[in-house]
Design a protein around this ligand. Sequence first.
Ligand code: SF4
Length: 478
Amino acid sequence: MINKIYNILPQFCKDLTVEINRDLRLLWFMFVKPKGTKKCQDKSFLAYQKSRKYGPLKHICYAPYTSMFFARNGKVSPCYASYNDNSSSIDNASIHDIWFKGSFAKIREEHNNCDFETTCQFCNKLMLQKSYGSLLINKYEHYAFSKSKYPTIMEFELSNKCNLSCIMCDSNLSSSIEKNKKDDITDNKHYDKSFIEQLDEFIPHLQLAEFTGGDPFMIKEYYEIWDKIAKINPKCHILITTNANTMNPKIEHLLNTHKNIHFNVSIDSLEKENYENIRRGGKFEYALHNIDIFIDYCRKNKTNLNILVCPMTVNRHELHKFVEFANSKNICVYYHTVIKPKELSLKYLDKQLLQETISNLQTFEAPKKTKKQKTNFENYQNLVKLLINWEKEDKKEESTNKKEELLTKTQALELILSKIDGNSNLNKKLMALLDELNKTDVYLTIIGKLVKIENNIFVEYLQTKTVEELKEICLNLK
Ligand code: SF4
């Protein structure tokens, strides 16, 4: 009832209600430690409680109480960062048993004992660094007040079917990458008809169903689930994470039958050439065109479209531009935390380059008049904070050998790129070559050798040989 009243309030009343609620909770937290928070007395956890959107809450994370994530390997966990070998599998348990018993019960117990190290290292690390804005936990805050015994969120990652092979992705998440390596794709191996039938029990309780992949628009099982949601619980919100490189009559039909679809669109560059180098197989203009179609849908139906950006070594120069882009379209931008592949992650960037990147990012200012503008700038600042933490992080954590290897690799790639001096035609060929070499197990050795070749000879070879020929030559270099 309270939720229903809250949902029909105008935005400023909602904000005010949240603020009052938050202040009351803070007072309660400071004077009477609420049940459930007593075991989490570490300073960073206490500071997190005080920084929460809705004020301090009984549980540090609400994912195990509100959410189910179905991973492509059949494992089921509260979120994408908490599945492991100990997670229950859909191959030998029903959705019902996994939720009410199974590994979910174990994670809830861990959290009750303030143990975030056993299963939830991903959040634990960010928590101890006090990178609160980047915590995955935040995603589940909004559902903390649900009284349902059933999950209110389900996240589906049933297949890796995808039309692109992005440079930061892997074969687990992209069938196009898998096909290049194995000539065959694994697609969906665990979620059959019976799984889709079992969803009938859960769909009536859902507030949000999220779909990732692969690209959701390429995955046939999702169209069946979307049909079910339309019939059983049309009020359920649907969130689709897409690369926006697909549009067809089935998608148009979906947009016409559902009124509650939201979009997360992954876009990692606003420069055509860089976009198509990162999102291999993607078409920049086509993606922008489809983004506009989705934005129109969202405006008509009062839903949201966010853009998701992977901050990496290859787009570090344009990270601020996403804030400008999002502001110009009146949408929000969110930045992922990219820690792999290591050669693309800013976490492992050469310290001096990372410092330079941070300094450049810190000079950017953006308007903060509307709520979305504020969110965008806040997300941008959270990204900068995360980079500063990485920069400060004690690099001794890594073994010396590993550290040297990573630095050498990053530096080697920078040196190789500098040989072609920004020539865009050669850049494409070089990327294709590095990509081919990356599929071999002598990649590191070869890039080490490439660095030593004189620039003019390097460019001459690149200009006159095909990628296949160059690959052959490189393999012989070893
Ligand atoms: S603490 Fe983090 S990793 Fe663990 S369940 Fe919550 S969101 Fe997932």
